[in-house]
Ligand binder design. Structure first.
Ligand code: FES
Length: 61
């Protein structure tokens, strides 16, 4: 699914940027370009970051 229409970044692209350490929409933009242009997708970027960080901190058992 496209998250950022300006750069053509998909949720997969954004997830990879988050997995590599991006923890803000600004860092995602630096890592993969998503959110760098019009900014309309930043809310979605933050939702993806929040979902990813919840997964990281969730207990595994
Ligand atoms: S839709 Fe992502 S910067 Fe425009």
């Amino acid at each position: 699914m496209y998250v950022c229409l300006c750069t053509g970044a998909t949720n997969q692209t954004v997830c990879e940027a988050v997995a590599r350490g991006a923890s803000t929409s600004r860092e995602v933009a630096a890592a993969c370009g998503a959110g760098r242009d019009c900014g309309r997708c930043r809310r979605t970027l933050r939702a993806i970051i929040a979902a990813a960080s919840r997964r990281d901190t969730a207990p595994s058992h």
